[in-house]
Design a protein around this ligand. Structure first.
Ligand code: HEM
Length: 188
């Protein structure tokens, strides 16, 4: 993964603020929940490595995403990024938050409260453009499919896409609540 790739077409609408917010996240069936939990078990065993490779690919392919991180804003060398404690720390936080979501798929209230907190912190404290959440999800799906090809079959990838769609829906719900999305998509 040394080459820059253009964002997937589905991201372009988001970058222009054209995307509609659906009424609710598409719910997962019991079977889909089991698929997520089984496959996540393999990923989470390698939590730190997977998290770090996801973030490095994210920052290499979408360098503007580094602007939010004081420690590696100006870093370009992936090996140097790998040594950044701020990157490792965020990798762990991302993976742990997803782990909490996966462990609580039976409890929609818990899932929405965890993701609302993540959304609020990123909107208010870190001032992260919400489109980066969509980009990060697609990078994560790409890395999971490459690193765990035996588990991430086409069917499993589809279920994971649905989960990441739900994560994005909850996170952007928090952005809407604090007034971010209204301002950026209609008034300006
Ligand atoms: C599913 C995606 C993500 C999850 C679960 C996640 C999770 C977290 C958590 C739990 C924290 C600490 C919360 C706090 O400060 O109160 C954090 C901090 C942070 N996140 Fe995220 N994050 C995600 C995506 C992103 C993205 C896409 C960006 C920017 C491109 C980002 C930038 C930051 C920054 C700048 C901090 C503060 C870092 C620091 O203080 O060292 N995050 N994240």
């Amino acid at each position: 993964g040394c080459c820059w790739e253009p964002p997937a077409p589905q991201l372009l609408g988001v970058q222009r603020g054209e995307e509609d917010r659906p009424e609710r996240a598409e719910p997962l069936s019991d079977t889909e929940r089991e698929i997520i939990q089984d496959t996540w078990g393999h990923v989470y065993k390698n939590c730190e490595d997977v998290g770090v490779s996801v973030l490095i690919r994210f920052f290499v392919n979408f360098p503007s995403a580094k602007q939010y991180f004081s420690q590696f804003q100006d870093m370009e060398d992936p090996e140097e990024m790998e040594r950044s404690s701020q990157l490792r720390h965020h990798a762990r936080r991302v993976m742990n938050a997803i782990n909490t979501v996966v462990e609580n798929l039976h409890d929609p209230e818990k899932v929405s409260s965890v993701l609302a907190l993540v959304g609020k912190a990123h909107a208010i404290k870190h001032k992260v453009e919400p489109m980066y959440f969509k980009i990060l999800s697609s990078v994560m799906l790409e890395v999971l499919a490459e690193d765990f090809p035996e588990f991430f079959t086409a069917e499993v990838q589809m279920v994971w896409t649905k989960l990441m769609g739900a994560v994005y829906w909850h996170v952007t719900g928090a952005y809407t609540e604090v007034g971010w999305l209204q301002v950026s998509s209609s008034a300006v």
